[in-house]
Design a protein around this ligand. Structure first.
Ligand code: FAD
Ligand code: S2G
Ligand code: ZN
Length: 483
């Protein structure tokens, strides 16, 4: 076992998978839902950005909560570490093993259980792919309350585990609010039934929050009950060109007042982010080149009213010069083309080289401040440095692209970028989570007391630490039985 794969993370004393373990899993799941072939395991061991890779030789594909219980009880009793996996689109190394942890793939638990069409409440299994749920709901004039570029692969269980944000959070809020209830399985194989469709239930601790955003470290989410807003009858999208970030803030503020209740999304991208999709992915921009762009989307129930409101707003921001050019459309294919320019930046970046990715929450006026600072610090080493993201949430995605990874460049970026964020009381991980990659930086956004409470909860919920080890919790504060 290549124990010393990472300078400061050693494989803890979990059992190594043996034939008797595999026999148990084969008896339980049948040979087609147990994957041991090295090549077949590769995709499950490698994360989406190919920056993290485990060497598990055991992928399990349960189809029911009962099977998840049996698997986890067996792993707990036999001290086998487990990495829960959804769509494997996570970006912080949380979804793949660090060493040889058993991979628990939720993909086959993808059934819709029920839909209350009046109240707009969906209950489904955790392995349902987000886009499939959205399509199912669209036929019933409903929609999922979140949308992200990974919708085609990410699963609702993974979305819950990472408390995913995405493009609609500005309007529909986050999963802590939209998830009404869930079912999970504890590390020692017991079912936690918090699967409630109630919008109000103040009967003690809200245990669902132990599983929302805890990245599979406290339990495996097996079912989700979620609020689904009505699918808007009217969707409009404006794509705007601007010459400064100050104007982005001005336009965002105006959009909140002028568009008010129909504003559903406000995204900002700079010239370098747009270039990633037009150059590498050959996507077409409907506007000339500008230093900055904004996507402003509205969701409403009356197209005439919304179009009028949006056009009036656009007239005002063009008149006062904060926007230099722009187009507005409600034509679905045109809106998709514009959203692709935003949603496929991550994919486009993969064509550049190695990307240092930072997913930060900052006070709005500082949203873009790190881009010029980083250009000063590592501009000479980088192919591209850009900032884009969810203006409405104060969440910037800062990408620093270099030909290949270099510690020298990393040391120019970190810990500076985290200290800068911490000084502004920002978050060093706005929506992607901590995973494996950011465990050393949690203290930049969490007090020591908070970290101690987090670690104590982990010890109570998973005393053997078999669920997603080496992730989320700062190594220095890890509980006694793990180095
Ligand atoms: P995985 O990647 O498989 O796992 C993520 C974490 O959740 C891991 O720690 C894993 O162990 C755990 N986990 C997975 N399933 C379960 C389960 N059933 N029970 C318990 N733990 C589980 N994220 C955003 O927040 N906003 C965005 O806008 C956004 N855009 C993206 C765009 C692209 C192109 C890509 C590739 C990613 C993007 N992401 C975004 C990141 C990622 O899609 C989200 O974190 C997503 O929620 C992960 O879901 P998943 O099913 O792929 O989970
Ligand atoms: C987005 C995707 C990941 C990234 O596009 O909103 O969350 O950092 C991001 O590119
Ligand atoms: Zn994002």
């Amino acid at each position: 076992l290549t124990k010393d794969r990472y300078p400061n993370v050693r494989r803890s004393d979990y059992s190594i998978i043996k034939s008797n373990h595999l026999e148990f899993f084969k008896d339980l799941l049948g040979e087609h839902r147990l994957i041991t072939d090295e090549n077949e395991c590769l995709a499950y061991n490698t994360d989406w950005i190919k920056a993290n890779r485990g060497y598990s030789s055991c992928v399990l594909k349960p189809k029911s909560t009962e099977e998840v219980c049996s698997i986890l009880k067996f792993c707990y009793d036999n001290n086998l570490a487990v990495c829960p996996q959804g769509g494997n689109t996570g970006l912080v190394g949380g979804s793949v093993p660090v060493f040889d942890e058993v991979i628990l793939s939720m993909s086959l638990m993808n059934k819709i259980i029920s839909l209350d069409e009046t109240a707009g409440i969906l209950t489904c299994e955790a392995g349902c792919v987000l886009e499939n749920l959205d399509n199912y709901l669209a036929e019933r004039e409903l929609m999922m309350p979140l949308d992200l570029g990974a919708k085609g692969s990410c699963q609702i269980g993974g979305n819950v585990a990472t408390n995913a944000g995405g493009l609609r959070l500005l309007r529909y809020g986050n999963l802590q609010g939209n998830v009404l209830g869930l079912e999970a399985v504890t590390p020692n194989g017991r079912v936690v039934d918090c699967l409630s469709a109630l919008k109000k239930d103040n009967t003690g601790l809200h245990l669902k929050h132990l599983y929302i955003g805890t990245e599979g470290s406290l339990g495996v989410v097996t079912k989700v009950c979620i609020k689904c807003p009505p699918k808007p009858k009217a969707v409009n999208l404006a794509f705007l060109g601007l010459n400064s970030f100050e104007n982005i803030l001005k336009v965002f503020k105006k959009s909140r007042h002028e568009l008010g209740e129909i504003l559903s999304s406000c995204e900002a991208i700079d010239a370098d982010s747009l270039a990633v999709t037009t150059e590498h992915l050959k996507l077409k921009s409907p506007l000339d080149k500008f230093p900055f762009y904004m996507l402003i989307e509205t969701h409403g129930s009356d197209n005439t009213h919304d179009e009028e409101k949006l056009n009036r707003f656009l007239g005002k921001v063009m008149e006062d010069g904060s926007v230099l050019d722009g187009i507005a459309t409600n034509e679905p294919s045109k809106m998709k083309d514009i959203w692709d320019l935003r949603e496929r930046i991550t994919e486009g970046y993969l064509h550049d080289g190695y990307v240092f990715k930072y997913d930060l929450s900052l006070p709005l006026e500082h949203f873009y401040s790190l881009v010029p600072i980083m250009k000063d610090r590592v501009g000479r080493d980088a192919i591209r440095i850009s900032g884009y993201g969810h203006i409405g949430d104060g969440n910037v995605h800062l990408s620093i692209c270099v030909k290949e990874f270099s510690t020298e460049v990393l040391n120019k970026i970190e810990p500076f970028i985290y200290e800068y964020t911490s000084k502004l009381k920002g978050s060093i991980s706005a929506e992607h989570g901590i995973g494996f990659r950011k465990t050393n930086y949690v203290h930049y956004s969490k007090s020591q007391e908070a970290i101690d409470i987090m670690t104590n909860i982990k010890c109570i919920m998973d005393p053997k630490g078999i669920l997603n080890p080496y992730k989320v919790y700062p190594p220095s504060r890890r509980w006694s039985n793990f180095k």
